[in-house]
Write a protein that binds this ligand. Sequence first.
Ligand SMILES: Nc1nc2c(ncn2[C@@H]2O[C@H](COP(=O)(O)OP(=O)(O)OP(=O)(O)O)[C@@H](O)[C@H]2O)c(=O)[nH]1
Ligand SMILES: [Mg+2]
Ligand SMILES: [Zn+2]
Length: 302
Amino acid sequence: MSESLQGLVVRSTAGFVDVLVDDEVIRCRIRGRLKKEPRDTDLCVIGDQVIVAHANEQAHVVIEVLPRRSRFSRRQPGRRQGKEDVLIANLDQLLVNFSYGRPLFNARLLDRFLVIAEHQQIHPIIVMNKADLERPGDSSWQKTYESIGYPVLRLSADTGEGIHTLREVLRGKISAFVGPSGVGKSSLINQILPGLDLGIASVSDHHGKGRHMTRVASLYALPDQGFLADTPGIRELGTWALPVDQLDRCFPELTRYRTECAFRSCTHTHEPQCAVIDAVHQGAIDRDRYESYVRLREDASV
Ligand SMILES: Nc1nc2c(ncn2[C@@H]2O[C@H](COP(=O)(O)OP(=O)(O)OP(=O)(O)O)[C@@H](O)[C@H]2O)c(=O)[nH]1
Ligand SMILES: [Mg+2]
Ligand SMILES: [Zn+2]
């Protein structure tokens, strides 16, 4: 048996994975036997730690994927049941990216990202790009999120606003940019790592949506320690393995109310003497966030 090495997966496609070992990226296949093992999750994604061995003189092969300490994942798009779709493993923080201008901000989708981050215990940071396009009233929703405890970073890849702060936030951590297509994830990463020159694409004039420029998620090393992932724009974000009775725990602002309800197994949707519903009526819980909770319940319980 030849010497084996441990490395970090920085790119993963159907045909090969790129593994960073020390300072070198090694292109590897995945051992056939590993692929055949039954599983309900992705075998090998960016952020995974793997063991690599020589298959022969030239080629390397991944022989083991080490257990994940965390991951950002969703239900496979387009399916009710099935497999976990892991976007990135071993993540410290999730930068949930939206923009002023177009594509339009989508609170419902933001809440889905936040719920998954809470469930998987990954620290989320809300990133609002295209600050140069902000119009009065565009950020009225932000106070709600900040009061819950979610940081909101206001940035512009075009003017450079906030990039210095972003650099500080990323230092020494494994972070991923996630969000819809066209919000400027790759543009922001180009600001942080100019040498990369990632492809970017204009937002469609007609629909105001992105064109899904980034196709494969990749992890990049930061100059002052840490890694940063660029990921393809997300259209669909369903929760994976989140029992419906645990959903209320993924809304931090419900914490102080959810144990005060008259019924122990209160769903906070129709029950009498529900402390959550009372708090919504009194304005202590944001109505829009509550609406997200109700919709996610419906989604999770199908
Ligand atoms: N006005 C303005 N436009 C921006 C800014 N950042 C990015 N854009 C534009 O937004 C469009 C989309 O940028 P991308 O970086 O490709 O977006 P993305 O999020 O990586 O999109 P996908 O790879 O498709 O998921 C491009 O036309 C960019 O030039 C910004 O700060 N201000
Ligand atoms: Mg991109
Ligand atoms: Zn209740």
